[in-house]
Design a protein. Structure first.
Length: 120
């Protein structure tokens, strides 16, 4: 096989993969749900949690979307923070009526929430 034939074969394979990758992205977009980077919570509302998978727009008009499954958290109880600078971290504490659920913010900033119907 000559160099030209190898190059053609690789380019053809790349175009096919690129075509299917684009098609899969279009299919996945139908499953996407908008989520929010909430900073304030109401103790009388219930919430769900998921990590964002895609960001659209630019700051300060960013929108966040996820294709991940949501985890029901229940009512908001309190927030926790520790450290400073790169060692800073935080968590939100929720109660589903039986257990206390602690969601720690990830370093990449993908932790998102949305309001949910209360199950209790």
């Amino acid at each position: 096989m000559t160099f030209k034939e190898k190059k053609y074969k690789i380019e053809k394979k790349y175009k096919i993969e690129k075509k299917y990758k684009h098609m899969n992205r279009d299919i996945d977009m139908f499953k996407e749900v908008e989520v929010f980077r909430l900073t304030e919570f109401d103790t009388h509302k219930c919430y769900e949690f998921a990590l964002k998978t895609r960001t659209q727009g630019s700051y300060p008009n960013e929108k966040y979307y996820t294709t991940n499954e949501f985890q029901y958290l229940g009512y908001y109880i309190r927030s926790e923070e520790w450290g400073y600078g790169d060692n800073h971290g935080g968590a939100e504490i929720f109660s589903d009526g039986h257990n206390e659920i602690r969601i720690v913010y990830d370093y990449e900033g993908k932790t998102c929430f949305r309001e949910a119907d209360c199950k209790t």
